[in-house]
Design a protein. Structure first.
Length: 623
């Protein structure tokens, strides 16, 4: 025999426990980290994604609102400028001298006085055709615009093809004499002058672009060089205007070069529309920069602050976890007296430890209680076996006093004892009471009610002899026992007279019986009636006459309600089909074959209801 040094054993235990503690702490750290990512990181990213898209839509809306406000203010400025020039023209037209030379001298003097770039007058012939003079012959590109303005009734236009290669804004007023167009008075202003005044000076984080467009889609003026002269309708580039239903005068302009947010405001008194647009990608880029900064800041604080707290928390929480692991190891070695001590940072581990302490405290008591319950269950099982034997012994198996009748019972209980029963009772006058019944419950209570009802039937039929009165009185007696409960019994009851071969029967909520004739014909014996034990009844009695070689088949609903592994019912159709195709009317053959067919159908599935069947055959007199 070898001796072991205790110090070596303690050292070995310590070496075995240390890796277990580290494993527990490491596992806890990993779980906390993964849970933090799963419960905080992923939802935060998903929330950020949806928040990004929501803020992007809000930024688009804000950009539309800002652009519409700026566009409306610029359009109003142009309307006021045009209105002021029309007011000057109106005042000048009242004092305009009619000789051409005097008009030109007068207009030059008035241009300096009013501070406008140029004032000039043009005349028309009787066909409203422009008469060319020295002033306008030098710039014939203006003439088509004047002619178009006369037709449209407005003399406000921009000439992008001036002879001096400078763009001018022309505002004119038609002058009539005796109802005939005599001429038109114009103020010409260089476009670069009012374009500077129209340029937006308010702070905007987006690169806005301002343009003037005529009704045909021509860009006459733009704050971006190279845009003048473009025509939306005739350009080789694809232009798709998508109106914004929630933003008035707003569109998304989709082109081959990109997508633009656009606001168009018509300028009253002219054929032009002021358009303000901004590339959509500039809004996305600005928002992305802002979001990257916010996300980076958030992740920095989460990683530094949250990571430090996570490391400390994992280290601190691992201590009570290590203590719990040590206690569980001692218990596994058989030391059931060891208990877990709470830690102020244990939290849920304290709860788990206390639950383990309670489990250990109750385990010994439960072991003793389990032993007592085991003995009690064994006694109960023995009593149930005895009850089953008693119930089985009370069910008749043959009719020795009636050699002309052959009976074959089949009985499968869902429990040790059941509520199904059948009975054949010979009366003094030679008739036979035939009954099969099914109690509404299973187990001992159903068995007691069934046996009690069996005794009631035998007693009443022996005294009253009549089937209708027997069922009536037996039901009244049963109702006294079931008055305080919801218990009831379904039953099929009949009396067979061997002299006349008449079978009188009634069915009280029970499945119908069948008579299988010797030639294979199947007759259903059904009579409408409610179950027994519920209320006073007056049973409806039916009659049928049997013949030698016939077979009477009775059963409970456990036969047709037998289920397979897919919870499909055996059903009444399968039962009648089996009875119709049976080759002979021998009771035992019918019972054995039907039980085998039900067994094959169920396929080993457990049944929830008792199964009882009874076959009674009439012998041929020659046999």
């Amino acid at each position: 025999m070898t001796m072991t040094d205790p110090s070596i054993s303690i050292k070995r235990d310590h070496q075995e426990q240390k890796p277990l503690s580290r494993l527990a702490a490491g596992s806890l750290a990993q779980r906390v980290l993964f849970m933090s990512i799963a419960l905080l990181g992923f939802p935060l990213l998903i929330h950020t994604f949806f928040l990004y898209h929501r803020e992007y839509r809000e930024n688009i809306t804000d950009a539309f609102v800002t652009m519409r406000s700026l566009a409306e203010s610029r359009a109003l400025y142009m309307e006021q400028m045009i209105g002021n020039q029309l007011t000057i023209l109106q005042a000048l037209s009242d004092n305009l001298p009619w000789p051409t030379r005097e008009k030109n001298e007068f207009l030059k003097k008035q241009a300096k006085e009013y501070g406008v770039e140029e004032l000039f007058y043009v005349t028309f012939d009787k066909d409203q055709k422009l008469i060319c003079d020295d002033l306008f012959c030098r710039d014939p590109s203006v003439q088509p615009f004047i002619q178009q303005g006369i037709q449209k009734g407005t003399l406000v236009f921009i000439n992008p093809n001036a002879a001096d290669k400078n763009e001018w804004l022309y505002v004119g007023k038609m002058i009539f004499t005796s109802g005939r167009l005599q001429g038109a008075l114009f103020i010409a202003t260089p476009t670069d002058r009012f374009l500077t005044q129209l340029a937006y000076r308010e702070y905007s984080p987006y690169p806005l672009r301002l343009s003037l467009i005529d009704e045909l889609g021509n860009i006459f003026l733009s704050s971006e060089k190279g845009m003048e002269g473009k025509h939306f309708a005739q350009s080789s580039e694809t232009f798709l205007w998508v109106p914004q239903t929630d933003q008035p005068n707003s569109w998304i302009l989709k082109t081959d070069s990109g997508s633009f947010l656009s606001v168009k405001i018509p300028i009253e008194g002219s054929q032009y529309t002021l358009m303000l647009d901004v590339p959509e990608r500039s809004i996305a880029n600005l928002q992305m920069k802002d979001y990257f900064f916010r996300i980076a800041t958030l992740l920095f604080f989460v990683c530094i602050v949250g990571g430090g707290i996570l490391i400390w928390l994992t280290h601190r929480i691992s201590k009570p976890l290590q203590s719990l692991c040590a206690v569980m190891k001692r218990i596994a070695q058989g030391a059931t007296h060891v208990r877990f001590t709470q830690d102020r940072m244990g939290f849920e581990i304290n709860v788990l430890g206390q639950q383990m302490n309670q489990m250990l405290d109750s385990m010994i008591a439960h072991q003793q209680e389990a032993e007592r319950e085991k003995l009690a269950r064994e006694r109960l099982a023995q009593e149930l076996r005895i009850g089953h034997q008693i119930q089985a012994s009370m069910l008749p198996t043959d009719l020795p006093d009636f050699p002309s009748l052959i009976m074959a019972p089949g009985y499968l209980s869902a429990r040790e004892v059941s509520g199904d029963f059948y009975d054949l009772f010979v009366l003094d006058d030679g008739r036979v009471l035939i009954a099969i019944a099914d109690a509404a419950d299973k187990g001992i209570s159903a068995c007691l009610f069934s046996l009690s009802f069996r005794s009631m039937l035998r007693t009443t039929v022996a005294i009253l002899k009549d089937l209708s009165n027997t069922v009536f009185v037996a039901n009244n007696l049963l109702m006294r026992d079931t008055a305080a409960t919801s218990f009831f019994i379904t039953a099929w009851v009949g009396i067979y007279n061997p002299q006349t071969k008449e079978l009188s029967y009634c069915s009280q909520g029970h499945p119908p019986a069948y008579v299988r004739k010797q030639n294979g014909e199947l007759i259903e014996l059904a009579a409408s009636g409610i179950a027994l034990g519920i209320e006073t009844i007056h049973p409806k009695i039916e009659q049928v006459w049997l013949q030698e070689g016939d077979l009477l088949f009775l059963y409970t609903d456990g036969v047709i309600e037998a289920t397979d592994t897919d919870h499909q019912l055996f059903g009444k159709a399968r039962l009648t089909e089996f009875l119709s195709r049976s080759r002979k009317n021998e009771p035992q053959f019918i019972v054995d074959q039907l039980l085998e067919e039900i067994h094959l159908f169920c396929g080993g599935a457990s049944q929830s209801d008792d199964l009882t069947l009874l076959a009674i055959g009439l012998k041929n007199s020659s046999s």
